[in-house]
Design a protein. Structure first.
Ligand SMILES: [Zn+2]
Length: 477
């Protein structure tokens, strides 16, 4: 057995049931799990004479559960800054993201995932829910496992082509993106889950993920959740991701997207819906009733004008008992995979929009980024808080960084002042993956060099530098 002592941290945010914050606390890790949590002097007395394989000095650090990223696209990482910042959701997805994703080949996907893992580890994320790989899911699974991360991925899937294929979608891209029908897609997803779920001693899971909304049939939405249930995993997809999507849904079916999902039998507790910005009050009750989870991506809402503060009802979802987790989405949608930005936005946006300072307190934003994220990912029995018996997924913030000085209240300082660049160490599944900001699981400079090299190739192949790519769309209207 390997035993590690994290000795005498200034603050420990446990994110337990009572949101307990301990001062001068220590944590003992045995192999992959947390064996003891308590006051530093109590732990010292209890373990006096015990052997530790390693002692990490916790002084001038804040220790907390690793951040849980509830909606990310690891295969989007090489696109940062490529799409114009004048796009709303539908042209963003249909005109830009799809051609980009189709150009991500296996080699590019491998390095894209490692680059994303590098950014996540550096900014305190220890677990992710990835929307799915563009190629064989094994590429994402193995790269994330190599990086030392915990996470869930799948295989990107859709089955409904638009009536008219746009001139900037190549035949190769269409073949790459769309299965013939729901049955064919579900068969491929089942193979993927059976092959990869539970990889790396269970650190990497594989779900029945689909793209969601217009490019997926009702059979695929419903079938993904049913297949997930049958396989004992979850599913996730995008829905109600813009007001335009909701309007088209109303025109075609007389219902907004969430109610339509309920009507076709697609809601359930093993489902994480990304965005859900266009929602009516009675649809919130449907989410609560079915135990369906939501991944709110505030950064994406800002960049592609989703209207989270104008039409979004995230505080109402929280009040109704819906599990609302936080996601960065991909780097083209939001800009960065830094969950501390999402913490800040989650706590701040609705205070301003509703002119009510009681909206989403800092403490609640922290829960959304940790234990609620773990709950959304169906993993809260193992991660999301610092409690005895849970897996040791822990991050340390460096309190000697200027943003942490003074620290009259660690909860507020974390949410309103800290950035991901003050994360000092990261432990995932009991293994130190970053120490003093140096990642130990892979060669950071190689990842950066390879990512630069492959970006040129992917961008050229995607055709997205051509000036005739439109910034509006009527696809799927
Ligand atoms: Zn997304």
């Amino acid at each position: 057995m390997t035993r590690i002592l994290i000795d005498n941290v200034d603050y420990l945010l446990t994110v337990d049931q009572h949101d307990s914050v301990l001062e001068h606390a220590s944590v003992v890790i045995e192999d992959t799990r947390i064996a003891a949590v308590g006051r530093a002097d109590d732990i010292a007395a209890r373990y006096s004479g015990s052997h530790f394989d390693r002692i990490i000095d916790g002084r001038r650090t804040l220790l907390m559960p690793g951040l849980v990223e509830a909606h990310v696209h690891l295969s989007e990482q090489l696109s940062r800054g490529l799409f114009p910042d004048s796009l709303t959701t539908r042209p963003w997805v249909f005109n830009w993201a799809k051609p980009f994703y189709a150009a991500v080949d296996e080699e590019a996907e491998h390095w894209s995932v490692l680059l994303a893992c590098l950014e996540m580890i550096k900014t305190g994320t220890t677990c992710f829910l990835d929307m799915g790989s563009q190629n064989d899911a094994g590429i994402t699974v193995q790269a994330a496992a190599q990086a030392g991360m915990r996470g869930i991925t799948g295989r990107h899937a859709a089955d409904v082509k638009p009536e008219v294929i746009p001139s900037y979608w190549t035949p190769e891209m269409v073949a790459h993106h769309f299965f013939r029908d729901a049955d064919e897609a579900l068969a491929a997803l089942e193979v993927c889950v059976k092959r990869w779920n539970g990889y790396a001693e269970g650190r990497i899971r594989c779900w029945v993920n689909i793209e969601g909304k217009e490019p997926c049939s009702p059979e695929l939405h419903r079938g993904a959740r049913q297949l997930a249930e049958q396989l004992g995993v979850g599913t996730t997809y995008h829905i109600a991701s813009s007001i335009e999507e909701a309007r088209v849904s109303e025109q075609k079916y007389g219902l907004w997207p969430v109610e339509r999902l309920e009507r076709i039998g697609a809601l359930g507790p093993n489902l994480v819906l990304a965005h859900v910005v266009a929602i009516k009050d009675h649809e919130i009750d449907l989410l609560a009733r079915w135990g369906t989870k939501v991944a709110f991506c505030p950064g994406t809402s800002l960049k592609i004008a989703k209207g989270a503060t104008r039409i979004g009802k995230y505080p109402e979802m929280l009040a109704a008992g819906v599990t609302v987790a936080l996601g960065c989405d991909g780097v083209s949608a939001a800009g960065a995979l830094d969950m501390t930005r999402q913490l800040y936005l989650a706590a701040g946006l609705f205070k301003d929009a509703r002119m009510d300072a009681a909206m989403i307190p800092a403490r609640q934003a922290i829960r959304m980024a940790t234990i609620d994220g773990a709950r959304a990912l169906l993993w809260d029995d193992e991660i999301g808080s610092v409690e005895v018996g849970k897996r040791a997924d822990l991050i340390f913030f460096d309190l000697n960084q200027v943003e942490w000085v003074p620290c009259n209240d660690p909860v507020q300082t974390l949410v309103y002042a800290a950035s991901g660049s003050s994360v000092k160490h990261s432990i995932i599944n009991g293994t130190l993956v970053m120490e003093n900001r140096r990642v130990l699981t892979f060669d950071e400079s190689e990842v950066i060099e390879q990512a630069r090299r492959l970006t040129e190739r992917v961008v050229a192949r995607s055709g997205l530098k051509r000036s005739q790519i439109p910034i509006t769309t009527s696809l799927y209207d």
